[in-house]
Design a protein around this ligand. Structure first.
Ligand SMILES: C[S@@+](CC[C@H](N)C(=O)[O-])C[C@H]1O[C@@H](n2cnc3c(N)ncnc32)[C@H](O)[C@@H]1O
Length: 290
């Protein structure tokens, strides 16, 4: 893959938008009230407010969508996009094959996602984020590089996990540089918490890898504590602690920003263990039975 993963562009009116004069005389894009921003693209609130959790791990933000991103959202969402609307999902149908599927939560602008998809075409990546420009950017990257193993989901990953994904359906979970929520009063917004892990465990097959990375050391410590204490996961590192960065994880945009500030990056690699109630029912191994 080339290194030109993101091309800055000037915003132009998107579908359904018009140019209108603002109070200061400048030209702004406007939409008629009730008009969807992208008629064929991601829905503004796919799950509807009844599904919303009170505490969210993301910050709703209005961000500019470039003409190229808007074009990708319109053109490619019907093919590769998924609105998180609470309806049960069939991953074989979604990807058109029975390849293993990993879930990436919070792909940002998607450059790292596209690289991983290119490196491993036999694994499907279900990439979820609420960030509309990033969704457009990742769809464009998939299109430009012929990556058919990415699906881009719009909405809260919690609803995707809780309402839409079948049990034992995922072969991996990737959470790279999740919002660190550094203020103490915001710690409850951090994604990696015991309740989240309990939910994720039900959707991961035994043996599936959970891979987290962060440049915020107090969050890395929290991740290590909650993953180590959780009965559904075991550390892949025999001595415990952080993992060396695996070769398959590319540098991400947020990681680059963290490194520029002198932050230390920590990777965590844990494995989903056999559910406890199944442990009890397992027959003794051949050596034990002898
Ligand atoms: C700090 S950014 C990191 C982006 C990217 N992984 C990187 O390293 O460049 C975290 C991203 O996670 C997304 N996010 C946070 N919580 C989410 C959730 N519950 N569901 C979907 N996306 C979420 C945010 O919108 C944001 O784009």
């Amino acid at each position: 893959m080339s290194d030109s993963l993101h091309t800055p562009e000037e915003p132009r009116p998107g579908p359904g938008e018009q140019l209108a004069h603002a109070h200061d005389g400048s030209l702004r894009h406007t939409r008629a009230k009730g008009e969807p921003r992208f008629p064929d693209g991601p829905k503004a609130d796919p799950a509807g407010s009844h599904f919303e959790r009170r505490i969210r791990s993301f910050q709703p933000r209005r961000s500019r969508v470039t003409a190229g991103q808007a074009d990708a959202l319109q053109r490619l969402w019907p093919k590769w996009g998924l609105d998180i609307d609470g309806h049960a999902l069939d991953l074989t149908e979604l990807f058109g094959n029975t390849h293993p599927v990993v879930l990436e939560i919070g792909f940002g602008m998607g450059e790292a996602t596209a690289r991983m998809a290119a490196e491993d075409p036999d694994t499907g990546i279900l990439a979820v984020d609420v960030h509309t420009p990033g969704q457009g950017n990742l769809l464009n990257l998939a299109d430009q590089h012929g990556l058919t193993n990415i699906r881009v989901a719009n909405g809260d990953a919690i609803i995707l996990l809780r309402e839409m994904l079948p049990p034992d359906s995922l072969d991996g979970l990737r959470v790279y540089f999740p919002d660190p929520w550094p203020k103490k009063r915001h710690h409850k917004r951090r994604l990696i918490q015991p309740e989240f892990l309990t939910l994720a465990a039900t959707r991961l097959r035994p043996g599936a890898l959970v891979h987290c990375a962060t440049d915020w050391e107090p969050y890395a410590e929290q991740m290590l504590d909650v993953l180590t204490a959780h009965p559904d996961f075991e550390n892949t590192q025999p001595t415990g602690g952080y993992a060396p960065r695996p070769g398959f994880r590319p540098l991400t945009r947020f990681e680059g920003q963290g490194l520029d500030k002198g932050h230390v990056v920590n990777d965590l690699l844990f494995r989903r263990v056999q559910p406890r109630d199944q442990h009890r029912d397992l027959p003794p191994s051949a050596t034990e039975a002898d």
